[in-house]
Design a protein around this ligand. Structure first.
Ligand SMILES: C[S@@+](CC[C@H](N)C(=O)[O-])C[C@H]1O[C@@H](n2cnc3c(N)ncnc32)[C@H](O)[C@@H]1O
Length: 208
């Protein structure tokens, strides 16, 4: 089964329990991402794979003048996000590989806990680049293959046949982003507990 089919099947089933089941993980990854994401008044920000909207909810509270949007392919996840977000936050169904937004529409794109689901990362990064204005910033938080526990957990996910494409080591992620036309500013690697070794990458849309 293609990763996208698995994503829809798994997250449709999980949507109602997601916030409760993954509370620790959501809180830690949202906190670490926001700490590395400077959002200014009236910035236009897109969250790709926004899920139930935890990150957007926090940004809406701290930066009410920012123009916030989220995209996710699973209607049940978006419905949960809609219930907790102000109506000014635009939510759209869609995949990272084909974003339903115009060129250069955003100052910042952020993606938290989503990148390991992408089968075609070059296509997805090309789309993110397209919707960012020149010089716009991209911040990605995801599992980091530099940590053995994460690599082991990835194997376990595969054995179970879970929705999962692959995780990256920091240096592979840097190469991928540079190939897709981003200038990498920093890759921070860190652990949030014994199992989860993560990385947050900050980069900018490089000139063509
Ligand atoms: C682990 S959840 C993370 C949700 C949210 N970002 C968070 O940190 O709580 C992964 C989300 O990515 C979405 N997703 C998976 N593959 C995707 C893709 N190719 N494009 C956009 N979103 C995707 C799923 O539907 C799901 O809502």
């Amino acid at each position: 089964m293609k990763t996208q089919n698995r994503v829809v099947k798994e997250y449709k089933r999980l949507a109602n329990a997601y916030d409760r089941k993954w509370a620790f993980y959501i809180e830690a990854t949202t906190r670490e991402t926001i700490a590395r994401l400077s959002v200014h008044r009236e910035d236009r920000l897109l969250d790709v794979g926004c899920g139930t909207g935890a990150l957007l909810e926090r940004l809406a509270a701290t930066q009410p003048a920012a123009q916030l949007a989220g995209v996710d392919p699973v209607p049940e996840m978006l419905a949960s996000a809609r219930r907790k977000l102000p109506s000014a936050v635009a939510l759209r169904p869609g995949w990272a590989e084909q974003l339903p937004f115009d060129d250069s529409q955003f100052d910042i794109v952020v993606s938290c806990n989503m990148f390991h689901f992408i089968d075609r990362p070059v296509d997805a990064l090309g789309e993110i680049r397209r919707v960012l204005q020149p010089g716009g910033r991209l911040v990605i938080t995801d599992w980091c293959g530099d940590y053995w526990a994460c690599r082991l957990f990835e194997q376990y996910q595969r054995l179970l046949g879970r929705a999962h494409a692959r995780i990256y080591r920091a240096r592979d992620c840097r190469r991928l982003l540079e190939r897709a036309g981003f200038a990498v500013e920093a890759i921070d690697t860190y652990k949030i507990n014994w199992r989860w070794g993560l990385m947050t990458i900050r980069c900018a849309r490089a000139p063509a």
